[in-house]
Design a protein around this ligand. Sequence first.
Ligand code: 0X9
Ligand code: CA
Ligand code: CA
Ligand code: CA
Ligand code: ZN
Length: 445
Amino acid sequence: MRLRVRSKRGAAMAALIAVAIAAPLTANAAPPDADPQPKAAASADDQKIRQYEIHGPSTAADRTKIASSGVSVDEARDHSVVVSATAAQAELLRTQGHKLKALAGPPKRLGGKAAEPRDFPAEDAKYHTYDEMNAAIDEQIKAHPDLISKKVIGKSHEGRDIIAVKLSDKVGEDEAEPEVLFTHHQHAREHLTVEMALYLVKTFGDGYGSDDRVTKMLDEREVWIVPDVNPDGGEYDIKTGEYQSWRLNRQPNEGAATGTDLNRNWAYKWGCCGGSSDEPGSETYRGAEAESAPETKVVADFVRGRVVDGKQQIKAAIDFHTYSELVLWPYGWTTDDTAEGLTQDDRDAHAAIGEKMAESNGYTPQQSSDLYVTDGSIDDWLWGDQKIFAYTFEMYPSSQGGGGFYPPDEVIEKETSRNKDAVLQLLENADCMYRSIGKEEEYCK
Ligand code: 0X9
Ligand code: CA
Ligand code: CA
Ligand code: CA
Ligand code: ZN
């Protein structure tokens, strides 16, 4: 396992000090989030999320145990973690003996203006709402109709269109070219991933004919981008004009709590291994059954639909998340390097290309379970069920000090273009992923 030693202490400390000034903490004082009022039966407050730092957890096993309390583990350092938790989940961890330090909440960034419902705060206006995202994509299609198309692949729980954008020369034809999939925004608060999708659509659309690598890849590959897997969650996260730190979709469950963790809802080893929760209200609630979330099913059906004449056309994929600056590969459900359906060669090819991509963007490469165990995640399903080489990118920042889930919009250009080379590498390898380990003859002839 390789966990990066963090160098962003200063920024993280500044954030902690800011919290401490706002609400001084002594060893046994009530945390600033403690609610003195008796709990109402209502659910919105019970599901209010904030981040905490917990000192101590050092191994993947420690972190998996922490996650089993129902929190999401947002950041893994050498000897501590940052989690997102409700007040009740935080309380449970405290009764288990952990010391939780509340971190600063999401930034307001209102720039002196009143909160605008259903939009990003004024200072983050460069981020795209769901409507703005669709408009930006439509504009690119208009500019490059021979190169870019889109189709509605299904609907979210609240009825929003989930779309897949296709990029290739002769975009209207289904050519016999390796296909590559990019998925974005399974987790509502990870808005930078939608910007990543828009960056790819623009960079490939505008770069065709002038950028040699881009041109070659659009000539020889078919690229699929699902820019927003969880539109309901994303809109919910911004709808009051203040960030909600929301992760899940917006599907109601029996009882009060809303939402399923889409990245625990995929139909491979679903709920197998302590890497998700069966309790609504958990940040990693896996849903009532695999693909119970309409958003998961829509994307899974789309991927299954790419099987032509018994052959899966999609060869490789990246699922974009934030944050921590990581390149991850399967499996998440087991900490073993190899397991059923994942041979040593499969693992080595994943790792070889994963490490090369990480070299180019400066992220840390590792097997996803080196972080913590997950089951029912998209990358395990893509590989385990569909034999698609699958990566998860955890984008900027490396730590909570860099803005956590809410980096300012000033970083969008730099942090999306940072992945251009890695994405091109994946496309260039997609015709034979085993070439990376010198086994083209054996696997690709
Ligand atoms: O926990 C997740 O779903 C991802 N991290 S996040 O902070 N964005 O929520 C990591 C998923 C990595 N993939 C697997 N573990 N299979
Ligand atoms: Ca700004
Ligand atoms: Ca083509
Ligand atoms: Ca094709
Ligand atoms: Zn995520």
